[in-house]
Design a protein around this ligand. Structure first.
Ligand code: ATP
Ligand code: MP5
Length: 266
């Protein structure tokens, strides 16, 4: 049988379809990857923000992980919103079992575009100490980079230094620092332990960026599940997310969602 790339997302949900598990599965499908999902929290949210959150019991998250890993091939996985430490502990156990043979992409989700917090304060430390060293690549935006490094990030030089620090000092496999929150070009820096790569695109003038971080990390995961190198996986994912922002939907009254080929009107 032909090799079918299989990708798993472990994250929270977005019933309005722009971020979280929903964005991840749409992205996996767009990139011809078989998508699977383990839900951590059910989030009542839309383009305007987060209205409510229901965290699933840790035992039930564990049961979902067991259902997937006991029966399905997983070629790459990503984590998004993991609200608390006990959820992180059980997820860490399953990732450890993969013995670094499965690419692990961490989107260190902390706060939604709307400003609503998505994980409890103490869990951020667990994420940094325990989960970060297990990653193939971590994809923080600027506020997340500031928390992870404890440094202020105000320039592209700061971003490059942060990427090196996250790999060399904190033990991540690679770090992709996203510059969506800077002014000027939309520039991201990847450090893979050897060298810095720059991914730069024109900034698109839109407020519809709900779910861009989720879409980007899901695209990297899909590309890694297909066996692409880290550099190629990020390069193609950057292109994918840029186009998804270019054709983003002006729907909802807040920050609208990104858009993909299947729903694009030229
Ligand atoms: N207006 C824009 N035009 C083009 N690219 C953008 C724009 N905004 C963000 N990007 C790019 O989108 C990707 C996501 O970056 P960003 O820093 O916004 O992540 P994030 O904050 O995790 O996303 P989110 O908005 O989902 O929270 C990066 O490649 C970034 O450079
Ligand atoms: C379940 C979930 N995960 C992640 C995000 C972050 O996405 P964004 O920052 O684009 O709102 C979100 N809003 N919801």
């Amino acid at each position: 049988m032909k090799h079918i790339p299989c990708a798993l997302t472990i994250a929270g949900t977005d019933p309005s379809g722009g971020a979280g598990i929903q964005a991840d599965l749409k992205t996996f499908q767009e990139l011809q990857t078989y998508g699977m999902s383990v839900v951590t929290s059910v989030v009542a949210q839309n383009t305007t923000g987060v209205q409510d959150v229901h965290h699933l019991p840790v035992e039930f998250i564990e049961q979902q992980l067991e259902s997937v890993f006991s029966d399905m091939p997983v070629h790459a996985l990503k984590t998004g919103m993991i609200a608390n430490e006990s959820m992180m502990e059980v997820i860490a156990r399953y990732i450890t079992k993969t013995k670094k043979e499965v690419a692990y992409v961490m989107d260190p989700v902390m706060v939604a575009t709307s400003g609503d917090p998505l994980i409890v304060e103490e869990a951020r430390h667990f994420l940094k100490k325990e989960l970060l060293p297990m990653t193939t690549i971590v994809t923080p935006n600027l506020p997340e980079t500031e928390f992870i490094t404890g440094r202020q990030i105000e320039s592209t030089e700061d971003m490059k230094e942060a990427a090196a620090y996250i790999v060399d000092e904190l033990g991540a496999g690679a770090a992709l620092i996203k510059g969506g929150h800077l002014q000027g070009k939309a520039v991201d820096f990847l450090f893979d332990g050897h060298r810095i790569y720059t991914f730069s695109e024109e900034r698109i003038n839109t407020k519809n960026t709900h779910g861009t971080g989720c879409t980007y990390s899901a695209a990297i995961t899909a590309n890694l599940s297909k066996g692409l190198s880290l550099y190629e996986a990020v390069l193609h994912a950057k292109n994918f997310v840029t186009e998804a922002i270019r054709y983003s939907f002006p729907i909802g009254s807040g920050n609208g969602p990104t858009n993909h080929w299947a729903t694009r009107i030229e």
